[in-house]
Structure formats: C-alpha cells, structure tokens
Ligand binder design. Structure first.
Ligand code: GRG
Length: 326
C-alpha cells in the first residue's frame, strides 16, 4: 500500500527509523469504514517527503532519546500534515498533489474533508496513547495555530496591498508551526531543559519558514512534474505571496497594475508576462535569499545541540530545503 522508498542510510541516519514510522502509519490508518481506508491509503500511499517525521526522529536522536514513542509521534505529525493537505486542496480547489490527482478531484470535496477529519482525530487518539500532557499541549497548540493561519490566509486573498509582515505571519502559522512542533517534540521526548527545547523549536520555525518561502517560489519557477503539483496555482487563487509582493515593489507602474489586477481577479492568463516580471525584477532571487536567511537562522539554532550524525543530517536538511525542486 505505502510506496515510500527510504533514502540510503548512509545519507540519512533516520532511514531505518522511517521504515518503523511507515509501519506505524500503515497500522494506524485502518478504519472499519472502507471509504476511509481507500482515501487515506490513496493520499498517504502517494508518498511525500516525510520531513516533519524526520524532525521528530532527528531531534530525539540528537538528544539521546531512543524509545518507541518517537515512531508514534513521527506518525502523528505526518497524519496531521496529511489532514491539512486534504483540507487545503479542497479550499484551494487543487487538482494535483504528490504527482497524482488530488483526493478531492478523485473522491470529491466532502469525502476529502471528512477523511482529513478522520486522520486529524486519529492523530489525537494516538497522542493520548503516548500519555504525556506536554505532547498534547504542543500539538493542540500547533493545530490551532495552523487553522488560524489558514483563515488569515483566506482573509488576505485577492489583496495586492498585503504587507510582507502579514504574509510572513501566515506562513509561520500555516506551515512553520508544524515544523516547530515536530522539532520541539523531539526535545520533549528527550526531556530537554526549557532553553534547549526552545532552540529546537527555533530551528523548526525557521526551517518551516524557509520551506514555505521556497514553496511559494516554486509556484512561479518550478516544474509541475518534479513538484507533483500544478505551478501557477497561487496566482489562479489570487494569493499574494512574496514573489508577487516583491515584484510589485520593484516594477514599473504598468507592470505593477498588471500584477495587482491578476491578484484581485485571481487569473492565470497573464502568468507568462508576470513570470517575466518576477524574474527581471529579481523577486524570485530575493525570495530565495529570504529562504536562505531563514535556513541560516535554523542552522544557528543547532549550535545548542551536541555534535552527532543526527545534527549533521539537520544541517543538511537546511541546505536541501533551500535548493529543493520538489
Ligand atoms: C486539519 C489542523 C487542520 C487544519 C486545517 C487547511 C488547513 C487548516 C491548513 C493547511 C496548511 C497547509 C497545507 C500549509 C502548506 C504546508 C506545505 C508547504 C505543504 C507541503 O508540504 P510538503 O512539501 O508535502 O512537505 P509532502 O507531499 O512532501 O508531504
């Protein structure tokens, strides 16, 4: 059912642990309801990069925790992530995800939202079984903030005057918060003191911010086949992301008017002209530079950790997140 090829263990010290996580995922996906089984297997079986589970595993390993709860928590954050993808693809009316037709395109909006609810509530059942109040605290807070981020984003749609500060708040809430929680949970499992736990959380927040900045960049310069989702979706929805906000700051009056109109109307017809403008103004390079600066902050936060293969893998994750094409 699951088709996830683990990376070679030489490059990634979590490869074996990730196989254990996939076993937990397979086991905990099951439901008495056939349609849930079918849709959950469809989206989870499509793979995904497993970045959030990796953060739980790498931070717990870097801080010396080896108990089986790390597999459970890694599966929990992947379930929450998958629930948000199912809901997000309905909200965004997206058609392609992880190289396949989205679940909403295959099974319809209602089924997609409801199976997202199943995964989300299954994640909470699993959290209770871990039996640590702090874990519940971290994940209850994270999921609440993610939902706030998504609503904030909805309020910002079609607004070409959105301030960069407000755009950054959305990406910290909707994306970086789960990265932050995943890293923090590794520290919680390991019983790290408050200062060390905060450094791990700082890492997750910065890496998550870098990751979303690159996500927004790839929506303009990426390749649908490599990305596994359609490029140009943000413009179609009228989403004012950093590449467009920066391009408007740096362009001529007619160019600015063109971008403003595309955001207000949410239309793709002008994508080729807009691509020329975002490239020429250096808005794409500046977005990548902003991602690099966040990834550098993440790397700095790792100084709090003792040297280990896990810490090296986290450093490497920062570099790859900025240069990724999928
Ligand atoms: C169910 C708690 C809950 C909230 C619903 C819809 C919603 C509120 C939140 C959506 C948040 C969201 C989808 C943010 C984008 C995050 C993002 C960059 C997703 C892509 O992550 P990857 O590239 O995906 O890690 P893969 O496919 O590799 O797993």
């Amino acid at each position: 059912m699951l088709d996830v090829t683990p990376p070679s263990s030489e490059a990634d010290p979590t490869a074996t642990a990730l196989c254990r996580v996939d076993a937990v995922i397979r086991e905990r996906l099951s439901s008495r309801v056939a349609l849930i089984d079918q849709i959950a297997a469809y989206i989870v079986g499509a793979g995904g990069k497993r970045i959030r589970p990796r953060l739980v595993l790498l931070f717990s390993e870097a801080l010396g925790f080896e108990g089986p709860e790390r597999y459970e928590l890694a599966a929990i954050v992947e379930f929450i992530h998958t629930a948000t993808l199912l809901h997000d693809d309905v909200v965004d009316e997206s058609a392609l995800r992880r190289g396949r037709a989205t679940s909403n395109a295959m099974f319809g909006n209602a089924a997609s939202v409801l199976v997202g609810d199943f995964l989300y509530s299954r994640a909470f059942q699993m959290m209770v079984s871990v039996n640590r109040m702090r874990v519940l605290d971290v994940l209850a807070d994270a999921t609440n903030v993610i939902a706030e981020g998504e609503v904030l984003q909805l309020m910002n749609m079609h607004d070409p005057d959105l301030a960069v500060h407000d755009y950054l708040q959305v990406i910290r809430y909707k994306t970086a918060k789960l990265f932050e929680a995943s890293a923090r949970l590794g520290a919680v499992l390991a019983g790290a003191d408050a200062a060390l736990e905060e450094s791990c959380a700082d890492f997750g927040r910065s890496l998550g911010t870098a990751f979303q900045l690159v996500d927004d960049l790839l929506d303009y310069e990426g390749n649908s086949e490599e990305l596994g989702k359609n490029v140009g979706d943000d413009l179609r929805e009228g989403k004012p992301t950093l590449p467009l906000l920066l391009a408007m700051e740096r362009s001529t009056e007619p160019e600015r008017a063109l971008i403003r109109h595309a955001i207000e109307q949410g239309e793709l017809q002008k994508l080729p002209e807009i691509l020329v403008i975002v490239r020429r103004t250096g808005a794409l390079d500046a977005t990548r530079a902003a991602a690099r600066a966040e990834a550098d902050k993440a790397q700095m936060a790792l100084r709090a950790l003792p040297e280990s293969a896990a810490r090296e893998a986290l450093l490497e994750l920062c570099v790859r997140s900025v240069h990724r094409s999928s």
